[in-house]
Write a protein that binds this ligand. Structure first.
Ligand code: UDX
Length: 437
């Protein structure tokens, strides 16, 4: 391990919470295997609340001055794509002239061009895919022309996957999606997929066992056993408030609700969720980000204070690991999905966009750890539907099956990261290869 201690790599996430979190976890695992890691983020609009000390951080300007939110996201990507690579290349050049400490670059799969930047500087690199292997495979087939996108109401069969209906595919496969820059970023992940020597995936072997081996060269997960803090939050988590409140509730009695760091829910939908939660009669802990809070029905928090707690951000890993949480109503962002699976929490899936629809399909039909809500003809999930789904997961006929299946995935996730487990072995192999080159 002495040689590994002298090996420093650069890790470059796309700078939003859902991409920073898994790459931070990967970084921590790599550090635990003896590598030194410098993680690059941007400093224009994102101000992290806390930073862990075992990793060096470098903040590089991405030239974006406005606030990053769902409305400005497409603009952000346009700006990021131009300014960030230039500044990053300058930074890497300057390090090179100082003796160049980096030996390898792990980059977000949304930046396939990073492989060329690295190789121009004489380094090798590997993309890190933040989404599931199933979703990777869908984009791969799209890129290769082997996915014929089905029209509404029809299905498509792809190797080693369940039949996917038009509403199970990632929303960005559709040409009509208005967020063109985001679509381009996502679809272009596969541009040079055959070039890197390594591909890192945010999953574990048993979870997506059947899938394309191209995406199984190297899988990892965070150390689910004793690490409940990502170490870099772009929002302020209400940790003590959540913990005290959860501590006062009975085992499996709380529905935790969160839609991640980006999704924006319409006002009508927000009201249906709110009153659906109320109707379910369960306790609920609901994360409503500051930018969403004005959409809450008037007086909702006050009127439901006997049943619910609304916070603008939670320490999600701690919440999901808490014994009083019996169900996670989630937008099915891949991190949230993987976190719930790995912590054994059944789900109500209420997907919004991108890969979340495919994740929801797997939650319901493949891993069988919950139900997916039905959307009505107006594109709304009604309060009645929310109530039915929560009751089904919390106390319905299949609730025991959901809990049993969730426990199974939790055990398999632990097994994967335990010493000698599949993810652990993959990481060891990866680190050994970097150190020996
Ligand atoms: C996005 C996409 O939705 C996701 O599908 C993609 O694969 C990665 O980027 P996001 O929408 O933010 O991310 O959702 P998710 O992937 O679930 O990531 C959110 C992260 O924020 C999770 O790691 C979650 O633990 C954390 N979080 C969320 C908190 O720590 N506190 C909260 O209150 C809410």
């Amino acid at each position: 391990m002495k040689m590994a201690m002298e090996t420093r790599i650069l890790v470059i996430p796309f700078p939003i919470q859902g991409h920073l979190n898994p790459m931070l976890q990967l970084s921590k695992r790599l550090v635990s295997k003896g590598l030194k890691v410098t993680l690059v983020s941007t400093n224009s609009s994102l101000k992290p609340n806390n930073i862990i000390s075992s990793i060096d951080f470098e903040f590089i300007n991405d030239g974006f001055d406005a606030e990053l939110n769902p409305e400005t996201f497409d603009e952000y990507i346009k700006c990021f794509k131009v300014v960030f690579p230039q500044n990053l290349a300058k930074f890497m050049e300057s390090r090179k002239s100082l003796g160049f400490p980096f030996k390898f670059v792990v980059y977000d799969s949304g930046m396939p061009w990073m492989l060329d930047v690295a190789r121009d500087l004489g380094l090798d690199g590997a993309p890190f895919f933040t989404q599931s292997c199933a979703v990777n495979a869908v984009y791969y087939h799209l890129d290769q022309g082997t996915l014929k996108v089905p029209s509404e109401g029809c299905s498509v069969a792809l190797p080693s996957m369940p039949l996917l209906g038009s509403d199970d595919l990632p929303t960005l496969v559709y040409e009509t999606d208005s967020r063109q820059s985001l679509r381009e970023l996502i679809v272009n992940q596969m541009l040079n997929i055959h070039e890197p020597n390594w591909i890192l995936c945010n999953t574990f072997d048993k979870l997506e066992e059947e899938l394309d081996q191209r995406f199984h060269q190297n899988t990892w997960t965070r150390d689910w056993r004793n690490d409940n803090d990502y170490g870099l939050s772009l929002f302020k988590p209400y940790s003590e408030t959540c913990k005290t409140w959860l501590d006062s509730k009975a085992i499996n009695s709380v529905v935790y609700v969160s839609f991640g760091s980006l999704a924006a829910v319409g006002e009508e939908q927000m009201a249906e969720i709110a009153w659906g939660l109320r109707r379910s009669n369960s306790f609920f802990l609901w994360v409503v980000r500051e930018s969403e809070s004005q959409k809450l029905p008037k007086n909702f928090s006050e009127e439901t204070s006997d049943k619910g707690l609304v916070v603008s951000w939670s320490p999600q890993l701690e919440v999901l690991a808490h014994k009083s949480v019996g169900c996670f109503m989630t937008h099915c962002g891949w991190n949230s999905t993987l976190e719930a699976l790995s912590l054994g929490v059944p789900m109500v899936a209420i997907p919004q966009w991108t890969d979340q629809t495919t994740n929801a399909k797997y939650v319901e039909d493949v891993w069988q750890v919950g139900v997916r809500v039905k959307v009505n003809e107006k594109g709304i999930v009604t309060r009645e539907e929310i109530e039915v789904c929560i009751r089904e997961v919390m106390e319905g006929g299949r609730s025991k099956d959901f809990r049993r299946n969730s426990e199974k995935w939790k055990e398999l996730a632990k097994e994967a990261v335990d010493e000698g487990g599949s993810s652990d072995k993959n990481l060891e192999e990866f680190v050994a290869a970097i150190v020996s080159t």
